[in-house]
Design a protein around this ligand. Structure first.
Ligand code: SF4
Length: 110
């Protein structure tokens, strides 16, 4: 879920973070006990799970919107570390985001 600069040698079809609105950072991020996330960045679901808190637009509060990157990248939750840019799940949520945005359909939060 890191934002990176596109490589000039990379083809446009590769879903680089630098060409994305940090869509993955709108997903529910469950914080594990071994994660070391400051408490003010987390909240709890009705089911009692500790998750990354989200702002009013649905993005994780750790997103640095000014620079479009994760402000806690070096200590981000394990689930964020395991999210693979360009893998099927990444492509799927980006496709859904692009489709909904193009049709003016409000995004659903997961
Ligand atoms: S912790 Fe960082 S990488 Fe994980 S969802 Fe939040 S902004 Fe994205």
């Amino acid at each position: 879920m890191a934002r990176s600069s596109p490589s000039p040698s990379t083809t446009p079809s590769v879903p680089l973070c630098g060409r994305c609105d940090a869509v993955c950072c709108r997903l529910t991020v469950v914080v594990q006990p071994e994660d070391n996330i400051p408490a003010h960045l987390t909240t709890h679901t009705d089911a009692g799970l500790e998750v990354m808190a989200r702002d009013e637009d649905g993005w994780c509060v750790a997103v640095d919107a000014a620079h479009m990157h994760c402000s806690i990248y070096d200590s981000r939750p394990d689930v964020c570390r395991r999210f693979v840019m360009g893998a099927p799940y990444c492509k799927s949520i980006r496709s859904d985001y692009t489709d909904r945005t193009a049709r003016g359909i409000p995004l659903e939060l997961f």
